[in-house]
Design a protein around this ligand. Structure first.
Ligand SMILES: [Zn+2]
Length: 442
């Protein structure tokens, strides 16, 4: 589990330069009053400290996708509702600058120190470097060397393993460009799809503005850091059949964590038994609910062997284990009570959460049962009130429906005894919630 608490990267530099951006505004039939801004041809380096000559050259070959849709997320197409502050809103900007620029530098054979420095300072790369520094598996010098090798055409999957956090090797820059262009063409529709899905699970008054950075490098598929999302294109291009299938549901999953952070917070404290227990129960709720939200973001079938196909199949298969996996909550309880054992707790937590472990399908099964039997409003209430409410609702269902797998009795008692919130809960919107599936965080 990665837990980082970094300040949100500013993306203002990408919006200051309006010299050559194209804006379109449209109003969807279900979204009157919404604004959609589709921006192309923006020179993202224009506001950075770049030698003027270099900047001029760059503007001819840099192209970035910066697409923002402010969706009013309305189910009812009412102009008055569009101004209702309780109506959830989601504003997403997609930013593929980190990949586009590396390809542009390779085309220009520009591995000058200034150019590579500017590239390393892009928000997505700065985030990768911050994780690399925290986990001591990537330095700026290593990342720079990998970038220069890719620019000079000497990078190979042997010198830069695709599973390495610093890997910048591209099998084909043409293929990557085509994939980014395909994404650009579909981005508007994707944002609407994601926004629509999230609206169905967001408490009233939820307003989210996020940037989704597409990048190379990183040992995650997608991660939410302080409300921005970092997506490693390699999972969609190299590691599976090239396709963007699944990107909508994974962005929906990560965005759901921001909804959860804003509604309740993200408790993370393993200093003693009760906070650790609350933390684990919260994590199970968070990941299970986010997986439940993600699953039907796209109603249509994904292409066979695409990343989305693979990921959604995992959800379906692991759900079969819900009745047996729910018993594994016992290991978390036993690590906390009667005497807290931090090593046992960490082991149970890691086994249950990392690599998309069994606690994902436990939380998913519980969220699904609450939604299907008690309704969407009740599920949203649990997002607001947190794990104590979530587990209590599920336990209540079990009392009246013997077909549902029951929570272990001592877990149930510990949940009844635990506080609604921890004093140390992260402030709203300030927490990180990476999820792991295999080597990736989701
Ligand atoms: Zn997650």
């Amino acid at each position: 589990m990665k837990t980082t608490m970094r300040q949100k990267e500013s993306n203002l530099m990408y919006r200051k330069d309006s010299s050559n951006k194209k804006c379109t505004t449209f109003h969807g039939p279900k979204c009157q009053g919404a604004n959609a801004r589709l921006t192309h041809g923006l020179n993202p380096m224009a506001t950075s400290k770049t030698p003027s000559g270099l900047k001029k050259v760059r503007s001819t070959y840099f192209r970035a996708l910066l697409l923002t849709v402010l969706s009013c997320l309305l189910l009812a197409p009412s102009a008055t509702a569009a101004t209702d502050p309780d109506k959830p809103t989601l504003e997403i900007t997609f930013d593929d600058t980190a990949i586009r620029e590396l390809i542009a530098l390779a085309k220009a054979k520009d591995s000058s120190e200034a150019s590579v420095d500017n590239w390393l300072n892009l928000p997505a790369n700065k985030y990768i470097l911050s994780v690399g520094e925290a986990e001591q598996n990537l330095t700026r010098d290593q990342f720079r060397a990998n970038a220069i090798a890719e620019i000079n055409g000497t990078a190979t999957p042997q010198t830069q393993s695709p599973t390495d956090i610093g890997c910048l090797w591209m099998s084909s820059t043409q293929d990557y460009t085509a994939m980014l262009n395909g994404f650009e063409d579909s981005a508007e529709a994707r944002i609407r799809r994601i926004a629509s899905r999230l609206a169905k699970f967001s408490p009233p008054g939820t307003h989210i503005k996020e940037t989704v950075y597409l990048h190379l490098g990183g040992d995650w598929d997608a991660v939410n850091d302080n409300g921005d999302i970092y997506v490693n294109i390699r999972f969609w291009h190299d590691l599976h059949r090239p396709s963007w299938d699944g990107i909508n549901m994974i962005v929906a999953h990560e965005s759901m964590h921001t909804v959860q952070n804003m509604a309740y917070g993200n408790p993370r404290d393993n200093s003693s038994a009760t906070p650790a227990f609350v933390t684990a129960m919260s994590k199970i709720q968070r990941e299970g609910t986010a997986r439940y939200v993600e699953n039907d973001t796209d109603p249509e079938a994904y292409a066979t062997s695409s990343y989305g196909f693979y990921e959604r199949a995992i959800t379906s298969e692991t759900y079969r284990s819900f009745p047996t996996d729910i018993k594994k909550l016992e290991t978390v309880y036993a690590a906390c009570f009667p005497k807290f054992d931090v090593d046992k707790y960490t082991e149970a937590y890691v086994d249950g959460v990392d690599t998309g472990g069994p606690f994902y399908d436990v939380g998913y099964g519980m969220a699904r049962a609450i939604d299907e039997r008690l309704g969407r409003k009740r599920l949203i209430d649990t997002i607001i009130h947190g794990p104590k409410d979530f587990f209590a609702e599920y336990a209540g269902l079990c009392a009246t429906d013997s077909s549902l797998p029951k929570l272990p009795a001592d877990v149930l008692k510990a949940v009844a005894d635990m506080p609604v919130k921890l004093d140390t809960s992260s402030p709203a919107g300030q927490s990180t919630s990476p999820v792991t599936k295999g080597e990736k965080n989701h």
